[in-house]
Design a protein around this ligand. Structure first.
Ligand SMILES: C[S@@+](CC[C@H](N)C(=O)[O-])C[C@H]1O[C@@H](n2cnc3c(N)ncnc32)[C@H](O)[C@@H]1O
Length: 300
């Protein structure tokens, strides 16, 4: 009896993905009495996972030459940065655009303006969730029109138009005046010699632009040369990131002010509980001992 209870406890402690495979393995090999509850009936709680993104699978069928890691990265960076206005230079069949639009949809904010002189979009309109504005024309000439379509400056730019030095340099100098002070620039096919040369020129001449490197780093062969593929990320703004504007709205949603206590640099709720309280927690413990209510308030 005790052994069965122990087996059940261990069984339920196994992460559900592993438990499910183990259950199938045991069933397939006819090992005898099976754990009482089949895996599908015992979903494990996922307390650390916010709701699974509804539109992540849009990356699978998107008609783009981007590799799987580039698709994932594009989706993830839009989720992570949460841009309000995205500019895409080179929309083609709308493959990268639909990934961006779906990430924006999962963010519940933002729009994308896509520029292309010869767009070939066969994707159903609803797949863009009303977040896409197509501007038919060439960069840099129609970038202002793209800005107007989203009514503001861009905080994220995907450059994926013609991959030669001259045009990349024109796309960069044409787009920059329409970007926010802390905008990100993401270059696809950044292993192209002309694209990387244009980026080097920009970095050499504009100290407000910072190189975040090749964030997708597998070159793709085109013809007999490895000249395509890869994402290179640049960031506009001060050399060190100011986190205050990034966290302000989340603190505000909680109805709290971001704290500015210097001793928070050594505070970590798990470390302070398990290893040693930081100065702040030590103070709180003293307060707690003196006055349980005030101490609990201070801790929050
Ligand atoms: C590599 S494809 C874009 C692929 C797309 N971003 C994707 O991954 O689904 C390049 C596109 O740039 C377009 N293009 C060419 N010259 C351009 C320009 N000056 N401005 C904007 N797009 C341009 C081409 O028509 C072509 O559709």
């Amino acid at each position: 009896m005790y052994l069965m209870a122990l087996t059940e406890t261990v069984w339920h402690a196994i992460p559900s993905a592993i438990r499910e495979r183990a259950w199938k393995f045991l069933a397939a090999h006819n090992v005898g009495p099976m754990p009482a509850v089949p895996p599908s009936a015992t979903p494990s709680p996922t307390p650390y996972l916010t709701p699974w993104p509804e539109h992540l699978d849009s990356i699978v069928d998107a008609p783009t030459e981007m590799s799987s890691e580039e698709r994932l990265f594009l989706y993830a960076i839009i989720r992570g940065i949460r841009p309000q206005r995205v500019l895409e230079i080179g929309t083609s069949q709308g493959g990268s655009t639909v990934i961006i639009a779906n990430a924006l949809q999962d963010n519940q904010m933002g729009e994308v303006a896509g520029i292309d002189p010869l767009p070939r979009i066969a994707i159903p309109e609803e797949s863009f969730h009303g977040r896409f504005h197509l501007v038919t024309g060439t960069s840099p000439e129609v970038i202002e029109q793209a800005r107007d379509s989203v009514a503001g400056l861009f905080d994220f730019v995907l450059l994926d138009g013609i991959h030669i030095y001259r045009q990349t340099a024109r796309d960069i100098s044409g787009a920059l005046p329409y970007t926010c002070p802390n905008a990100y620039l993401l270059f696809h096919d950044a292993f192209h010699f002309g694209v990387s040369r244009a980026i080097d020129d920009l970095l050499a001449h504009d100290p407000s632009i910072h190189d975040c490197g090749y964030v997708c780093s597998t070159p793709r062969p085109v013809g007999d040369l490895l000249t395509h593929g890869g994402f290179r990320l640049l960031r506009k703004g001060s050399a060190a990131v100011d986190i205050e504007p990034l966290v302000a709205s989340t603190w505000a949603d909680l109805g709290k002010e971001p704290p500015h206590e210097l001793d928070l640099v050594n505070h970590d709720i798990w470390y302070c509980d398990a290893i040693e309280p930081c100065d702040r927690c030590a103070r709180t413990q003293v307060t707690n001992a003196a006055s349980p209510t005030t101490g609990e308030e201070a801790r929050r």
